[in-house]
Design a protein. Structure first.
Length: 215
């Protein structure tokens, strides 16, 4: 039996994470490793409530401290109710975003201290880190154009973080690259420019190399 693994998919808005999560889950299942797809903020009824509080409505609806604590609260529920119990059953978990997004958005984006965010994570959530983080790397200008198109087509009221300026999103992209450079064994950076099929193939190749190296 394959050992269950915890994967997180990270990237700027509009980098194609949700399709990628589904693609990784399908690939793992095909290779005999059952997996579930989940997301943050969200993944539990409690977390989904926090998600709608955070992501609908105007920007600056919350103080940045409140925003950080709410993201973390959603993660506590997610880790305790979904992520750890699923891994314990031998089923892999693929999460659309995890604490890497908090380091990028609340840290590099909003300017909060990264050491504070990491400390809060350890205290609140525990030392639970993904086995592998797949970073979909994309110029945020392209990502923002993609997600604006999607938000207006679907009339989804989740535009909050997309409304922040381009510099904010450039800091997010750089933070993901910095996180990968800091712990390369736990990250792969995938060029997210291309068709969804092309980008998925790149990610799956990288995951297979990582799995082979781990055996
Ligand atoms: P997501 O649904 O992934 O948005 P998109 O599909 O448009 O990329 O994530 C929602 C937003 O929440 C996204 O803009 C990033 C933000 N976010 C944080 O700021 N901090 C966090 O810890 C997480 C998990 C998400």
């Amino acid at each position: 039996m394959h050992k269950a693994s915890f994967f997180a998919v990270e990237g700027v808005d509009g980098s194609g994470k949700s399709g990628m999560v589904a693609g990784i889950v399908a690939h793992l299942a095909d290779s005999g490793a059952p997996a579930i797809a989940t997301r943050e903020p969200g993944g539990t009824p409690q977390g989904e409530k926090i998600r709608s509080l955070l992501l609908s409505g105007a920007d600056h609806a919350w103080d940045q401290q409140s925003e950080l604590l709410m993201m973390t609260a959603a993660r506590v529920e997610h880790v305790r109710r979904i992520i750890l119990p699923t891994l314990e059953r031998g089923i892999s978990v693929v999460s659309d975003r995890y604490v890497g997004s908090t380091i990028a958005y609340q840290g590099a984006g909003r300017g909060m201290s990264e050491s504070y965010i990491r400390h809060l994570h350890k205290e609140a959530v525990g030392d639970v880190w993904p086995d592998l983080v797949v970073i979909l790397d994309l110029d945020p200008e392209i990502g923002l154009a993609r997600s604006r198109q999607r938000l207006s087509a679907g009339a989804i009221d989740e535009g909050r973080f997309e409304t922040l300026d381009l510099d904010f999103h450039r800091r997010i992209r750089q933070s993901f690259l910095d996180q990968a450079a800091k712990t390369p064994a736990r990250h792969v950076v995938i060029d997210a420019l291309g068709t969804p099929d092309e980008v998925r193939a790149r990610a799956i190749d990288a995951i297979e190399m990582w799995r082979a190296a781990r055996k």
